[in-house]
Ligand binder design. Structure first.
Ligand code: NAP
Length: 255
């Protein structure tokens, strides 16, 4: 097991990519805080994790775009676990306004959920990790933050900003023993997710898009993303910091 006795948290892990990341960290032996706003989904995921991985799953309910709630989460982790080794900043949303004429509120919403929430979470995580003298922080960005693809501009800009925040801060916190990296997924398919919905709306167009844009000719699974996070969170990635690991089946063209 890669993460035996490590303490981890994953923001937004009651479903989707975050859930798969939490499950993978649990499988690797970590104690993992599963978080989300909706109590029912959170409890279902917690029950599932306890059934599959034993009693290492912890649960925290709250809106992690709220600075006070983020501080409460980190204080709870500190009180109950005595420290933090892994923080995965996963919450984010690609739902925004297309085109150039984007209202201020849409810009603010996209920045809040995709950028500010991750920055705030990592800042509180650094405080806790600094005490222990080590830690690994992983941001979930997107290929929309790496290249210009058919994504809403506020989402793309927020994810790009997150990558530069990661890159710049990684240099500052490296002497503290803290590594910071990002994973940038391509198109991730899971039941109830964005691509599942898009397939329901126009299966032919979406399948054509995947065939023409993704050299590997398929969607990513949440487990594909979780594998990359587990590598970066563990000692297997012990000399990797400031990196952005793109998991996209070859879709992006830049180096
Ligand atoms: N899906 C893709 O194809 C794809 C591709 C590239 C990048 N990404 C990125 O991957 C990340 C995860 O995407 P996803 O598709 O798995 O998202 P998702 O299906 O919308 O799941 C998001 C998770 O976060 C929780 N959450 C959302 N807002 C929250 C908040 N304010 N406070 C606390 N928890 C919150 C949700 O639970 P509640 O709603 O109950 O709070 C849920 O557990 C995002 O950063 C996204 O931009 C996704």
């Amino acid at each position: 097991m890669l993460l035996h006795e490590k303490i981890g948290l994953v923001s937004g892990s009651s479903r989707g990519i975050g859930k798969a990341i939490a499950q993978r960290l649990l499988k690797e032996g970590a104690v993992v805080w599963i978080t989300g706003r909706e109590r029912g989904a959170l409890e279902r995921t917690h029950r599932e994790c306890t059934r599959d991985f034993g009693d290492n799953a912890r649960l925290f309910e709250g809106d992690l775009t709220d600075p006070g709630t983020i501080r409460t989460l980190l204080a709870t982790v500190h009180d109950q676990c005595g420290g933090l080794d892994i923080a995965v900043a996963n919450i984010g949303s690609g739902r925004s306004v297309m085109g150039w004429d984007v209202p201020d509120q849409a810009w603010e919403d996209a920045m809040t959920v995709n950028f500010h929430a991750a920055v705030r979470l990592s800042r509180e995580a650094i405080r806790l990790m600094e005490t222990g003298g080590s830690g690994s922080i992983v941001f979930i960005s997107s290929i929309a933050g790496v290249e210009s693809i058919r994504a809403p501009v506020p989402y793309a800009a927020a994810k790009a900003a997150l990558l530069m925040y990661m890159k710049s801060t990684a240099r500052i916190v490296a002497p503290m023993g803290i590594r910071m990296n990002a994973v940038s997924p391509g198109n991730v398919l899971f039941e109830g997710g964005t691509w599942d919905r898009k397939l329901g709306e126009d299966r032919e167009a979406v399948e054509g898009y995947i065939r023409s844009e993704v050299p590997m000719g398929a969607f990513a699974s949440p487990q594909d993303i979780a594998g990359a996070v587990a590598f970066l969170a563990s000692d297997s990635g012990s000399f990797v910091t400031g990196a952005n690991l793109v998991v996209d089946g070859g879709q992006t063209r830049s180096l």
